[in-house]
Design a protein around this ligand. Structure first.
Ligand code: NAD
Ligand code: MG
Length: 400
């Protein structure tokens, strides 16, 4: 049967890889809805190619002129505006699968709406689980949704765990698991002299050695906050205690993560670094489908290398573990402050090395509370953003 797909964040890097895989399997998938924040031209081009029933511009108010332009270009999709439209297309009874590929906290509400509607959720938007892990997972369980990880590390862990029929990430059997080892490339500054880090530019930080990704996650990879967010993501996806999740630097990005079992066996998942591999895995699950990725040539790779992360070089990783241990809204505060700090760095307003300082400031200024509902989490997110903006302003004065 054809599966109808809502793609949240269609104009991004994960969006492009998803549409590439989908186009390889025309009978299997149909594009039901495509969303973008404000990039109308990019969305129009995708609509002409994939003919979804709905197109959403969530960051723009109702605009009759744009609607006319889409129609004049030959686009037959119904064009919707505003953030509410994201939740509508994620929860629509006609949609079967939701690819959650919006970047940042903005992805939480529509992804949760999809989970509450019992959809099959393919989760790239890790920030949603970081902010709202426990009650997001509860919604998945209670509403019978299926949750499949797209983040390459979590997709790898999912593939390494024993598979049960009708499985979803939250139902993975983890009793026999001793440790989850999340691999990390170490980003572009893994071996750069520490003294030089305060002067790095946004372009240098976004030049990832192995992956071409959006700018926010590229900076997160450089600071290793990305891995910190992924530790929190793994804690909720697989229901494992934080002390059983470890980070291992593997600069080649061939092994995407490993699971160690109580008997000492370690299972790993390998592939060339290409997001179409986890995307095809989750789209096809439990079947295997073509992704378009080139085959891995291990003889050409020769050797696989590993090292432990250096806490001085990557302070953001320690902050993420601290937020996870603190619990409640602390991970939401960490995430929001990181979004503000990274945006300020990308705009040239904040030094690279001040990113963890802004986050620490926000974590002290916006103490954690219990995270029982979407509202409490969004309130913590707002307080953390305000505190982080104050932190950025204070540090900007000292940046010159
Ligand atoms: P990107 O910046 O390339 O694309 C982001 C998409 O989200 C765009 O379509 C944009 O229009 C939309 N968007 C941005 N802000 C929005 C807002 N406020 N409201 C609604 N929509 C908004 O990002 P990406 O690299 O594709 O990453 C998307 C998500 O996937 C992130 O959560 C990231 O952590 C995760 N992820 C990405 C990769 C990767 O290889 N790119 C790997 C693993 C996980
Ligand atoms: Mg990842």
């Amino acid at each position: 049967m054809t599966q109808k797909l809502t793609l949240l964040g269609a104009t991004g890097s994960i969006g492009a890889s998803t549409l590439d895989v989908v186009a390889r399997h025309p009978g299997r998938f149909r594009v039901f809805a495509l969303t973008a924040h404000r990039s109308a031209d990019a969305l129009l081009a995708l609509c002409l190619r994939h003919a979804p029933a709905f197109a959403v511009l969530s960051g723009l108010p109702e605009d009759a002129g744009l609607r006319g332009r889409f129609a004049a270009a030959g686009c037959r999709s119904e064009l919707l505006f505003g953030t509410q439209a994201l939740e509508r297309v994620a929860a629509d009874p006609d949609c079967d699968v939701v690819m959650a590929a919006i970047v940042g906290a903005a992805g939480l509400a529509p992804t949760l709406a999809g989970a509450r509607a019992g959809k099959r959720i393919l989760l790239a938007n890790k920030e949603a689980l970081v902010m709202a892990g426990p009650f997001f997972m509860r919604a998945v369980r209670e509403r019978g949704a299926t949750l499949l990880p797209i983040d390459s590390e979590h997709n790898a862990v999912f593939q390494c765990l024993p598979q049960e029929p009708a499985q979803s990430a939250g139902r993975a059997s983890t009793r026999a698991v001793r440790r989850i080892l999340l691999t990390a490339s170490g980003g572009p500054f893994r071996t750069a002299p520490l003294e030089g880090l305060s002067g790095v530019t946004p372009e240098e930080a976004c030049a990832h050695p192995n992956w071409a990704m959006g700018r926010k996650i590229s900076v997160d990879s450089a600071t290793m906050m990305n891995k910190g967010l992924e530790v929190i993501e793994a804690r909720w996806l697989f229901d494992v205690a934080p002390e059983r999740i470890e980070v291992l630097i593997h600069a080649q990005s061939i092994i995407h993560s490993l699971v160690e079992f109580v008997d000492g066996s370690v299972i790993a998942q390998l592939s060339n670094p290409d997001m179409r591999v986890p995307i095809a895995h989750a789209l096809g699950f439990p079947e295997r489908i073509e992704s378009g990725a080139t085959a891995l040539d291990l003889a050409a790779v020769g050797t696989l290398a590993f090292e432990r992360p250096d806490a001085r070089r990557f302070p953001c990783l320690g902050l993420a573990y601290a937020a996870l241990r603190e619990g409640g809204t602390a991970p939401a505060v960490l995430n929001a402050a990181n979004e503000i700090a990274v945006a300020a760095f990308l705009e040239g307003k904040l030094r690279y090395t001040a990113i963890p300082q802004v986050i620490e400031h926000a974590m002290q200024a916006a103490p954690a509370t219990a995270a029982e509902s979407l509202e409490t989490v969004l309130e913590a997110d707002r307080r953390a953003r305000a505190a982080a903006r104050d932190g950025v302003a204070a540090l900007m004065g000292r940046a010159a």
